[in-house]
Ligand binder design. Structure first.
Ligand SMILES: *Cc1c(COP(=O)(O)O)cnc(C)c1O
Length: 397
């Protein structure tokens, strides 16, 4: 075996169009090369405060407890569940995909009596079904829902669900990992109690930080719970003392990652949130038009489609993994395969954050035309590109 580790890692050229991570802008990478300072340095506190301020803007909240956790999105799922739920508490998890399933798994591991409300993959959870569950089970402490199901490309409308959940005196937890920065998301206006995201999807940073925000009801629950939180690392009450004026050491902050998040949030502020969400919507409409012009179906129903992720149904006779392999090898484009029951049946094409660019849509569509044509699928060359161009023009009208 050659000792390749003695050589510098040669970064392959990649266009990241999968379910995350998304491409990272050079400005953000550059920010990570700044010298490391201490996590108790007053200058680092300023960086933390600025990140907190910008996160509040992105979440549309005034919640004090708004900060990036030192983990990817899954860590935030654990933090949210473990800090709110105690042994024997009842929780309803809406499961319309892989991440709803993960959320239910985590809630159950946390000791909660976990009631699962299933919806077909490709659709949002049904409001009446949720109402029935809330009537059937008394004292449900929290209801968990995934805003943007990255496994199926479904955006679940939140406002009616939240109203329903609060009318039963339960808390609402929202997984905003793929929606934050890519779709409209309003923590305070929609009256959400707990929400979290991840740095590597629509926020434009590398993976490694998971912003979380805690509303007043949930904060009260966290601060008055009689039992200890199982997790030392994700104990939000203790973490708050580090993020607040007290600045007590809890664990060493990932300094360079925080620099990166600061820079990517700063770029969001420069672009403007509305412009950014509009950009995600525009490029997604071009991608969908192009994919349809190739004759491929989109798994999610039209009125619930996610912009940052499009699930493209693999046509009969085409090898899903082989197409992905060719995209990566010959075109340097990464798209994702599907998870769970959709494995082998769907390509998940992401347009998140810095990856949500028109040029990426055209690169992907032309590559797909060539690959599918070589695989014996009938393709009218250029048709998908023309459809995408038309979609971009009509979007602006
Ligand atoms: C990616 C994702 C997660 C998990 O995040 P990791 O950063 O992979 O830990 C959770 N929920 C949703 C909806 C996601 O898309």
């Amino acid at each position: 075996m050659t000792q390749t580790y003695l050589e510098e890692f040669k970064n392959p050229e990649r266009i990241l169009m999968g379910a995350g991570p998304s491409s990272v802008h050079p400005r953000v990478l550059q920010a990570m090369t700044k010298p490391v300072i201490g996590h108790l340095d007053p200058d680092f506190f300023q960086v933390m405060d600025e990140v907190g301020q910008m996160l509040r803007t992105v979440f549309h909240t005034t919640n004090f407890m708004t900060a990036p956790l030192s983990s990817t999105g899954t860590g935030a799922m654990e933090a949210a569940c473990f800090n709110i739920l105690e042994d024997g508490d009842k929780v309803i998890i809406c499961r319309n995909g892989y991440f709803g399933d993960r959320l239910a798994d985590i809630a159950r591991r946390g000791g909660a009596e976990t009631i699962i409300l299933d919806a077909p993959w490709g659709k949002p959870v049904d409001l009446n079904a949720l109402e029935n569950e809330l009537k059937k089970h008394q004292d449900v402490k929290m209801v968990g829902v995934v805003h943007a199901e990255t496994s199926t490309g479904v955006l679940t409308p939140l406002t009616e669900i939240i109203e329903l959940v609060h009318s039963h005196n339960s808390l609402i937890l929202v997984d905003a990992v793929t929606s934050l920065g890519g779709h409209d998301f309003r923590m305070d206006e929609w009256d959400i109690d707990v929400a979290y995201s991840a740095s590597q999807k629509c926020l434009g940073s590398p993976p490694g930080l998971a912003p979380i925000t805690i509303g007043p009801r949930a904060e009260e629950v966290i601060k008055t719970r009689p039992s200890e939180v199982q997790s030392f690392y994700f104990n939000l009450k203790d973490l708050e003392t580090y993020w607040s004026q007290t600045r007590a050491y809890h664990h060493t902050s990932p300094i360079s990652m925080t620099y990166a998040l600061r820079e990517s949030l700063r770029m969001m502020m420069e672009e403007g949130l509305e412009n950014r969400i509009n950009r995600h919507s525009k490029v997604a409409s071009a991608l969908r038009a192009g994919v349809s012009a190739i004759g491929l179906d989109i798994l999610s129903e039209e009125e619930y489609r996610l912009n940052p992720l499009t699930p493209v149904v693999v046509p009969d006779g085409i090898d899903e993994a082989d197409v992905r392999r060719q995209l990566l090898q010959d075109y340097k484009i990464e798209v994702s395969g599907a998870l769970g029951e959709l494995r082998g049946k769907v390509w998940r094409v992401g347009l998140m954050g810095e990856s949500a660019r028109e040029t990426n849509v055209f690169a992907f569509l032309s590559a797909m035309e060539s690959i599918l044509s070589k695989s014996g699928y009938e393709v009218a060359f250029g048709a998908s590109l023309a459809a995408a161009q038309r979609a971009l023009i009509t979007f602006d009208e």
